[in-house]
Design a protein around this ligand. Structure first.
Ligand code: HEM
Length: 131
C-alpha cells in the first residue's frame, strides 16, 4: 500500500517537475522554484522507496542504488547550471532531464518488484489445503 502511494506521488511530482522544466527550456517560463520543489519531492520519495527496498530481503542492492541515485538528483539539479556553460550546455540539460526521468523509472520498477516479491512470499506462506 505504502509503495503504491509512493509511486503515485513520484508520478505526479515527476510529471509536474518535467513539465515545468520543459516550459523553462522551451518557452523560457521561469517557474524554477516550484520546479525544484517538485524535483525535491521526487528525490525524497525515491529515497523512502529505496530505504524500504534496502530493508527488504531480495531488494537490498536496488535499495542501495536508489539511495545513491536519490542523492545525485538534487545535487546535480542544483549544480547543473554551472557545468559546461556554452555551446555544449544542452548536453548537461539533456542529462539532467534523463536523470529526472530515471528517478521516476527506478522508483516505478522498485515498486513493481516489491509488489511481486510480497505477493510471492504471501502465496508461499499460505497453508496448503489437504484433499
Ligand atoms: C531536486 C531536484 C531538482 C532540482 C534541484 C532541479 C533544478 C533545476 C534547475 C536549476 C534547472 C534550470 C537549469 C538552467 O538554468 O539551465 C532545471 C531545469 C530542468 N529540469 Fe530540473 N531539477 C530537479 C529535478 C528534476 C526532475 C525530477 C526532472 C524531470 C522529471 C527535471 C527536469 C528538468 C528539465 C527538463 C529542465 C529544463 C532543461 C534544463 O535546463 O536542464 N528536473 N532543473
Amino acid at each position: 500500500m505504502l509503495t503504491r502511494i509512493i509511486q503515485i506521488i513520484i508520478g505526479i511530482a515527476g510529471l509536474t517537475a518535467l513539465t515545468l522544466g520543459l516550459l523553462f527550456w522551451i518557452a523560457g517560463i521561469d517557474l524554477l522554484n516550484i520546479h525544484m520543489l517538485f524535483g525535491l519531492i521526487v528525490a525524497l520519495t525515491l529515497l523512502v522507496m529505496s530505504i524500504i527496498a534496502a530493508s527488504t530481503r531480495g531488494m537490498r542492492v536496488w535499495g542501495i542504488i536508489g539511495i545513491i541515485y536519490a542523492l545525485i538528483v538534487p545535487v546535480f539539479g542544483v549544480t547543473q547550471s554551472g557545468i559546461l556553460i556554452g555551446d555544449l550546455h544542452w548536453l548537461i540539460r539533456t542529462l539532467h532531464l534523463l536523470v529526472g526521468i530515471g528517478a521516476m523509472a527506478l522508483a516505478g520498477s522498485m515498486g513493481a518488484r516489491y509488489a511481486t516479491l510480497k505477493r510471492a512470499r504471501a502465496t508461499s506462506a499460505e497453508p496448503q489445503t489437504v484433499r
